[in-house]
Design a protein around this ligand. Sequence first.
Ligand SMILES: [Zn+2]
Ligand SMILES: [Zn+2]
Length: 339
Amino acid sequence: MTTMRVAQIPSAGAPFEIVERPIPEVAPGMVRIKVAACGVCHSDMFAKEGAFPGLTYPLVPGHEVVGVVDAVGEGVTRLAPGQRVGVGWNGGYCSHCNPCRGGDFFACEKESHTITGTTYDGGYAEYMVAHSSAVAVMPEGIDALDAAPLLCAGLTPFNALRNCGAQAGDTVAILGIGGLGHLGVQYAKKMGFRTVAIARGADKAELALRMGADHYIDSQAGDPAAALTELGKARAIIATVTHGPAMTAVMPGLAPRGSLMVLGAAESLEVNPGMMIGGSYTVRGWYSGTAIDAEATLAFSALNGVRPMNEVFPLEDAEAAYQHMMSGKARFRVVLSMT
Ligand SMILES: [Zn+2]
Ligand SMILES: [Zn+2]
Protein backbone atom coordinates (compact mmCIF):
# COMPACT_ATOMS: atom_id res chain seq x y z
CA MET A 1 0.00 0.00 0.00
CA THR A 2 1.44 3.38 -0.98
CA THR A 3 -1.50 5.69 -0.37
CA MET A 4 -3.58 6.63 2.65
CA ARG A 5 -6.86 8.38 3.34
CA VAL A 6 -6.82 11.68 5.17
CA ALA A 7 -9.51 14.16 6.22
CA GLN A 8 -8.07 17.49 5.11
CA ILE A 9 -9.18 21.10 5.29
CA PRO A 10 -8.71 22.42 1.72
CA SER A 11 -8.68 26.09 2.82
CA ALA A 12 -9.44 28.04 5.97
CA GLY A 13 -13.12 27.70 6.93
CA ALA A 14 -13.93 25.09 4.24
CA PRO A 15 -15.55 21.73 5.09
CA PHE A 16 -13.40 18.62 5.42
CA GLU A 17 -12.74 16.53 2.34
CA ILE A 18 -11.60 12.90 2.33
CA VAL A 19 -8.71 12.42 -0.10
CA GLU A 20 -6.06 9.84 -0.99
CA ARG A 21 -2.47 10.94 -0.51
CA PRO A 22 0.86 9.14 -0.77
CA ILE A 23 1.97 7.73 2.59
CA PRO A 24 4.60 10.29 3.71
CA GLU A 25 8.32 9.49 3.81
CA VAL A 26 9.99 9.53 7.19
CA ALA A 27 12.82 12.08 7.43
CA PRO A 28 15.74 12.00 9.90
CA GLY A 29 14.56 12.60 13.47
CA MET A 30 10.96 11.82 12.55
CA VAL A 31 8.61 8.93 13.30
CA ARG A 32 5.82 7.60 11.07
CA ILE A 33 2.74 6.37 12.91
CA LYS A 34 -0.06 4.14 11.62
CA VAL A 35 -2.94 5.95 13.29
CA ALA A 36 -5.62 3.93 15.10
CA ALA A 37 -7.67 6.78 16.60
CA CYS A 38 -7.61 10.56 16.86
CA GLY A 39 -9.63 12.77 19.18
CA VAL A 40 -11.52 15.80 17.87
CA CYS A 41 -10.65 18.73 20.13
CA HIS A 42 -12.09 22.25 20.28
CA SER A 43 -8.57 23.55 19.52
CA ASP A 44 -8.80 21.92 16.08
CA MET A 45 -10.81 25.05 15.37
CA PHE A 46 -7.54 26.99 14.96
CA ALA A 47 -6.66 24.81 11.97
CA LYS A 48 -10.21 24.51 10.62
CA GLU A 49 -11.03 28.21 10.70
CA GLY A 50 -7.51 29.53 10.04
CA ALA A 51 -7.53 31.27 13.43
CA PHE A 52 -3.77 31.00 13.75
CA PRO A 53 -1.13 33.01 11.88
CA GLY A 54 0.83 31.50 9.00
CA LEU A 55 -1.02 28.18 8.46
CA THR A 56 -0.64 26.42 5.11
CA TYR A 57 -3.44 24.50 3.37
CA PRO A 58 -4.53 21.85 2.66
CA LEU A 59 -4.08 20.96 6.33
CA VAL A 60 -4.82 17.78 8.30
CA PRO A 61 -5.77 18.59 11.91
CA GLY A 62 -5.74 16.29 14.93
CA HIS A 63 -3.61 16.41 18.08
CA GLU A 64 -5.01 13.52 20.14
CA VAL A 65 -3.34 10.82 18.08
CA VAL A 66 -2.89 7.16 19.04
CA GLY A 67 -1.33 4.49 16.87
CA VAL A 68 1.62 2.20 16.24
CA VAL A 69 5.11 3.22 15.10
CA ASP A 70 5.41 2.23 11.45
CA ALA A 71 8.89 3.54 10.59
CA VAL A 72 11.57 5.65 12.26
CA GLY A 73 13.92 8.12 10.61
CA GLU A 74 17.68 8.23 10.90
CA GLY A 75 18.91 9.14 14.36
CA VAL A 76 15.79 8.02 16.24
CA THR A 77 16.89 5.57 18.95
CA ARG A 78 14.15 5.88 21.60
CA LEU A 79 11.38 4.43 19.40
CA ALA A 80 11.02 1.38 17.16
CA PRO A 81 8.43 -0.01 14.73
CA GLY A 82 5.60 -1.86 16.46
CA GLN A 83 5.52 0.34 19.58
CA ARG A 84 2.14 1.77 20.62
CA VAL A 85 2.44 5.54 20.90
CA GLY A 86 0.53 8.80 21.17
CA VAL A 87 1.03 12.41 20.07
CA GLY A 88 -0.59 15.46 21.70
CA TRP A 89 -0.75 19.22 21.09
CA ASN A 90 3.01 19.67 21.58
CA GLY A 91 4.47 18.84 18.19
CA GLY A 92 8.01 18.44 19.46
CA TYR A 93 10.90 20.74 20.25
CA CYS A 94 14.34 21.50 18.89
CA SER A 95 16.48 21.42 22.08
CA HIS A 96 18.55 24.34 20.69
CA CYS A 97 16.48 27.54 20.96
CA ASN A 98 16.62 29.66 24.13
CA PRO A 99 13.33 28.36 25.67
CA CYS A 100 14.50 24.75 25.10
CA ARG A 101 17.93 25.56 26.54
CA GLY A 102 16.10 26.87 29.61
CA GLY A 103 14.09 23.66 29.95
CA ASP A 104 10.85 25.25 28.67
CA PHE A 105 10.37 22.73 25.87
CA PHE A 106 6.66 23.55 25.57
CA ALA A 107 7.64 27.05 24.43
CA CYS A 108 10.06 25.92 21.69
CA GLU A 109 10.40 28.56 19.00
CA LYS A 110 10.97 26.20 16.09
CA GLU A 111 7.61 26.68 14.45
CA SER A 112 7.81 23.95 11.80
CA HIS A 113 6.86 21.30 14.34
CA THR A 114 5.47 23.18 17.31
CA ILE A 115 1.77 22.27 17.15
CA THR A 116 0.50 18.89 15.97
CA GLY A 117 -2.26 19.19 13.40
CA THR A 118 -1.85 22.96 13.16
CA THR A 119 1.68 23.93 12.11
CA TYR A 120 2.06 20.50 10.47
CA ASP A 121 -0.31 17.67 9.48
CA GLY A 122 -1.89 15.76 12.35
CA GLY A 123 -3.89 12.63 13.04
CA TYR A 124 -7.12 12.86 11.01
CA ALA A 125 -5.37 10.37 8.74
CA GLU A 126 -4.36 6.74 8.38
CA TYR A 127 -0.69 7.71 8.78
CA MET A 128 1.10 10.73 10.16
CA VAL A 129 4.70 11.77 10.64
CA ALA A 130 5.72 13.39 13.94
CA HIS A 131 8.96 14.70 15.36
CA SER A 132 10.35 12.01 17.68
CA SER A 133 10.38 14.43 20.63
CA ALA A 134 6.56 14.69 20.33
CA VAL A 135 5.95 10.96 20.65
CA ALA A 136 4.76 9.44 23.95
CA VAL A 137 5.03 5.70 24.57
CA MET A 138 1.72 4.04 25.52
CA PRO A 139 1.38 1.65 28.44
CA GLU A 140 -0.41 -1.70 28.20
CA GLY A 141 -3.98 -1.95 29.37
CA ILE A 142 -5.60 0.99 27.63
CA ASP A 143 -7.14 0.86 24.17
CA ALA A 144 -6.64 3.39 21.39
CA LEU A 145 -10.13 4.94 21.49
CA ASP A 146 -9.90 5.44 25.26
CA ALA A 147 -6.34 6.78 25.08
CA ALA A 148 -6.81 9.34 22.29
CA PRO A 149 -8.62 12.06 24.30
CA LEU A 150 -6.12 11.63 27.14
CA LEU A 151 -3.40 13.15 24.89
CA CYS A 152 -4.99 16.62 25.22
CA ALA A 153 -8.22 16.65 27.25
CA GLY A 154 -6.63 14.34 29.83
CA LEU A 155 -3.05 15.60 29.81
CA THR A 156 -4.06 19.22 30.37
CA PRO A 157 -5.97 18.83 33.68
CA PHE A 158 -3.67 15.98 34.82
CA ASN A 159 -0.58 18.13 34.42
CA ALA A 160 -2.25 21.23 35.88
CA LEU A 161 -3.35 19.24 38.95
CA ARG A 162 0.11 17.90 39.66
CA ASN A 163 1.58 21.40 39.31
CA CYS A 164 -1.09 23.40 41.17
CA GLY A 165 0.60 23.36 44.57
CA ALA A 166 -2.07 21.26 46.31
CA GLN A 167 -1.09 18.17 48.28
CA ALA A 168 -2.95 14.94 48.97
CA GLY A 169 -5.90 15.66 51.26
CA ASP A 170 -6.23 19.31 50.16
CA THR A 171 -9.45 20.55 48.63
CA VAL A 172 -9.29 21.16 44.88
CA ALA A 173 -12.13 22.39 42.68
CA ILE A 174 -12.68 21.53 39.04
CA LEU A 175 -14.63 24.30 37.30
CA GLY A 176 -16.59 22.95 34.33
CA ILE A 177 -17.66 19.33 33.73
CA GLY A 178 -17.12 18.97 29.99
CA GLY A 179 -14.40 17.27 27.94
CA LEU A 180 -11.54 18.35 30.23
CA GLY A 181 -13.57 18.58 33.43
CA HIS A 182 -15.00 15.05 33.45
CA LEU A 183 -11.41 13.79 33.26
CA GLY A 184 -10.12 16.43 35.70
CA VAL A 185 -12.56 15.24 38.37
CA GLN A 186 -11.37 11.64 37.96
CA TYR A 187 -7.70 12.67 38.17
CA ALA A 188 -8.22 14.93 41.19
CA LYS A 189 -10.01 12.20 43.14
CA LYS A 190 -7.44 9.55 42.23
CA MET A 191 -4.54 11.85 43.13
CA GLY A 192 -5.96 12.03 46.65
CA PHE A 193 -7.55 15.48 46.67
CA ARG A 194 -10.89 16.29 48.28
CA THR A 195 -12.57 16.99 44.98
CA VAL A 196 -15.25 19.63 44.38
CA ALA A 197 -16.90 19.82 40.96
CA ILE A 198 -18.49 23.13 39.92
CA ALA A 199 -20.75 23.42 36.87
CA ARG A 200 -23.99 24.98 35.70
CA GLY A 201 -27.22 23.18 36.54
CA ALA A 202 -28.37 20.49 38.93
CA ASP A 203 -28.37 17.90 36.13
CA LYS A 204 -24.55 17.62 36.16
CA ALA A 205 -24.43 16.57 39.82
CA GLU A 206 -25.03 12.87 39.24
CA LEU A 207 -22.29 12.65 36.60
CA ALA A 208 -19.80 14.66 38.69
CA LEU A 209 -20.33 12.39 41.69
CA ARG A 210 -20.06 9.30 39.47
CA MET A 211 -16.71 10.61 38.14
CA GLY A 212 -15.50 10.73 41.75
CA ALA A 213 -16.34 14.23 43.03
CA ASP A 214 -16.83 14.44 46.79
CA HIS A 215 -19.04 17.51 46.43
CA TYR A 216 -20.94 19.23 43.64
CA ILE A 217 -21.70 22.95 43.39
CA ASP A 218 -24.37 24.13 40.97
CA SER A 219 -23.09 27.60 40.00
CA GLN A 220 -26.59 28.65 38.87
CA ALA A 221 -28.22 27.83 42.21
CA GLY A 222 -26.31 30.52 44.12
CA ASP A 223 -22.88 32.12 44.61
CA PRO A 224 -20.35 29.33 43.80
CA ALA A 225 -17.58 31.09 45.78
CA ALA A 226 -19.80 31.16 48.87
CA ALA A 227 -20.58 27.47 48.41
CA LEU A 228 -16.86 26.71 48.07
CA THR A 229 -16.13 28.79 51.17
CA GLU A 230 -18.70 26.74 53.08
CA LEU A 231 -16.74 23.64 52.11
CA GLY A 232 -13.57 25.16 53.59
CA LYS A 233 -12.16 26.84 50.43
CA ALA A 234 -9.98 25.29 47.73
CA ARG A 235 -6.18 25.19 47.55
CA ALA A 236 -6.54 25.31 43.78
CA ILE A 237 -9.27 25.76 41.21
CA ILE A 238 -8.71 24.09 37.83
CA ALA A 239 -10.70 26.25 35.40
CA THR A 240 -11.67 24.27 32.30
CA VAL A 241 -14.49 26.59 31.21
CA THR A 242 -14.03 29.08 28.35
CA HIS A 243 -16.01 31.88 30.02
CA GLY A 244 -13.98 34.48 31.96
CA PRO A 245 -16.82 35.64 34.27
CA ALA A 246 -17.33 32.04 35.45
CA MET A 247 -13.67 31.98 36.56
CA THR A 248 -13.94 35.40 38.24
CA ALA A 249 -17.02 34.25 40.17
CA VAL A 250 -15.27 31.34 41.93
CA MET A 251 -12.00 33.12 42.87
CA PRO A 252 -13.18 34.26 46.34
CA GLY A 253 -13.53 30.53 47.14
CA LEU A 254 -9.74 30.08 47.04
CA ALA A 255 -7.85 29.39 50.27
CA PRO A 256 -4.97 31.75 51.20
CA ARG A 257 -2.11 31.38 48.66
CA GLY A 258 -4.49 29.45 46.45
CA SER A 259 -4.07 29.15 42.69
CA LEU A 260 -6.51 29.59 39.85
CA MET A 261 -5.15 27.38 37.07
CA VAL A 262 -6.47 28.69 33.75
CA LEU A 263 -6.93 25.93 31.15
CA GLY A 264 -9.91 27.21 29.18
CA ALA A 265 -9.18 29.75 26.45
CA ALA A 266 -11.56 32.50 27.58
CA GLU A 267 -11.46 35.80 25.71
CA SER A 268 -10.73 37.84 28.84
CA LEU A 269 -10.53 37.39 32.58
CA GLU A 270 -11.29 40.02 35.19
CA VAL A 271 -9.58 39.73 38.56
CA ASN A 272 -10.00 41.91 41.63
CA PRO A 273 -6.50 43.12 42.69
CA GLY A 274 -7.59 43.74 46.30
CA MET A 275 -8.85 40.18 46.58
CA MET A 276 -5.66 38.81 44.98
CA ILE A 277 -3.50 40.78 47.44
CA GLY A 278 -5.66 39.84 50.44
CA GLY A 279 -5.48 36.13 49.62
CA SER A 280 -1.98 36.18 48.08
CA TYR A 281 -3.58 34.38 45.16
CA THR A 282 -1.94 33.21 41.96
CA VAL A 283 -3.63 33.20 38.57
CA ARG A 284 -1.68 30.88 36.34
CA GLY A 285 -2.14 29.82 32.74
CA TRP A 286 -1.32 26.19 32.15
CA TYR A 287 0.03 24.77 28.87
CA SER A 288 -0.96 21.12 28.47
CA GLY A 289 2.45 19.43 28.42
CA THR A 290 5.09 17.67 26.35
CA ALA A 291 5.51 13.99 25.46
CA ILE A 292 6.97 13.01 28.84
CA ASP A 293 3.90 14.53 30.52
CA ALA A 294 1.67 12.63 28.07
CA GLU A 295 3.42 9.39 29.06
CA ALA A 296 2.76 10.14 32.72
CA THR A 297 -0.91 10.88 31.95
CA LEU A 298 -1.34 7.63 30.02
CA ALA A 299 0.46 5.57 32.68
CA PHE A 300 -1.57 7.12 35.51
CA SER A 301 -4.81 6.58 33.58
CA ALA A 302 -4.01 2.94 32.81
CA LEU A 303 -3.00 2.27 36.43
CA ASN A 304 -5.98 3.99 38.03
CA GLY A 305 -8.77 3.35 35.55
CA VAL A 306 -9.28 6.94 34.36
CA ARG A 307 -11.24 6.85 31.09
CA PRO A 308 -12.97 9.43 28.91
CA MET A 309 -16.60 9.23 27.82
CA ASN A 310 -16.43 9.13 24.02
CA GLU A 311 -18.60 9.34 20.95
CA VAL A 312 -16.86 7.55 18.07
CA PHE A 313 -17.08 8.45 14.35
CA PRO A 314 -15.31 6.85 11.35
CA LEU A 315 -12.64 8.98 9.61
CA GLU A 316 -14.99 9.49 6.61
CA ASP A 317 -17.35 11.40 8.88
CA ALA A 318 -14.72 13.92 10.04
CA GLU A 319 -16.94 16.87 9.08
CA ALA A 320 -19.92 15.53 11.07
CA ALA A 321 -17.62 14.66 13.99
CA TYR A 322 -16.13 18.16 13.99
CA GLN A 323 -19.54 19.86 13.79
CA HIS A 324 -20.86 17.66 16.60
CA MET A 325 -17.90 18.65 18.78
CA MET A 326 -18.37 22.36 17.93
CA SER A 327 -22.10 22.18 18.76
CA GLY A 328 -21.17 21.58 22.40
CA LYS A 329 -23.61 18.66 22.51
CA ALA A 330 -20.99 15.88 22.55
CA ARG A 331 -20.86 13.81 25.75
CA PHE A 332 -17.95 14.34 26.18
CA ARG A 333 -15.19 13.67 23.66
CA VAL A 334 -15.51 12.97 19.96
CA VAL A 335 -13.01 10.44 18.57
CA LEU A 336 -12.27 9.39 14.98
CA SER A 337 -11.58 5.70 14.43
CA MET A 338 -9.37 4.77 11.44
CA THR A 339 -10.41 1.12 11.23
ZN1 LIG B 1 -6.76 19.71 22.33
ZN1 LIG C 1 13.37 24.79 20.79
